[in-house]
Ligand binder design. Structure first.
Ligand code: G16
Ligand code: MG
Length: 216
């Protein structure tokens, strides 16, 4: 019996990666180099600070602490301008169906995300009310693949880690879930997420029978 379900945000509930990409690309452009969509793959599930370090590496840009801090703020302000326009139409296919399935059965639901903007995003897409706990970039000290984010989420749900299920789109997230001894479910490319216990291209592929099997 699984008693806690934990969802990653970007790439699982909504595709905010495209807005992160635009904001990072704008910053790169300002700093005089190109940042491609392919390079943006490296940023998925990775903290804002780590993303900027990688970006500056790509552009071969030297930064003082002051520059670094300013660019962090600038990127986030830009990103927030994209987020501002989000609405429920941006929820990824069948996410709401799965959340409803769990809610109807009173199964505790948590968010486990690296983002510091998780709460306003869930509000924007009108999903906040489904979540019994939100653990995000504001609550953790160690980034995925460290299991901290999911362990705090399980604790907040009052569930033991072995009784938790994690939905993740990033390799580091699957690794974090596995280290936490949770059931990991990869959402996305099964070749990339080959370490996951189960794989689905997206939630439309996940039928009721599978979900019932998890909570039985
Ligand atoms: C998300 C994204 C990452 C982003 C991180 C931090 O992770 O995938 O690209 O850098 O959050 O976001 P923010 O700058 O909003 O704090 P997740 O864990 O939701 O997939
Ligand atoms: Mg993700």
């Amino acid at each position: 019996t699984k008693t806690g379900f934990i969802f990653d945000l970007d790439g699982v509930i909504v595709d905010t990666a495209k807005y992160h990409y635009l904001a990072w690309r704008n910053l790169a452009e300002e700093l005089g180099f190109e940042f491609t969509e392919e390079q943006n793959e490296l940023f998925k599930g990775v903290s804002r600070k780590r993303c900027l370090e990688i970006l500056l590496d790509i552009g071969n840009v030297e930064a003082s602490q002051e520059d670094f801090d300013r660019w962090m703020v600038e990127k986030n302000e830009d990103y927030l301008r994209y987020i501002e326009k989000m609405n429920a139409s941006e929820i990824l296919p069948d996410v709401t169906r799965v959340l409803e399935f769990l809610k109807e059965r009173n199964i505790p639901i948590a968010l486990g995300s690296a983002s510091k903007n998780a709460r306003p995003i869930l509000e924007k897409v009108e999903l906040l009310h489904y979540f019994d706990a939100i653990v995000d970039g504001n609550n953790v000290t160690k980034a995925k693949p460290d299991p901290e984010v999911f362990l705090i989420a399980a604790d907040k749900l009052g569930a033991s880690p072995e009784n938790c299920v994690v939905f993740e789109d990033a390799v580091a997230g699957i690794e974090a879930a596995n280290t936490a001894k949770m059931v990991s479910i990869g959402i996305g490319d099964d070749k990339v997420l080959s370490e996951a216990h189960h794989n689905f291209k997206d939630f439309t592929e996940m039928d009721t029978e599978f979900l019932e099997g998890l909570i039985k």
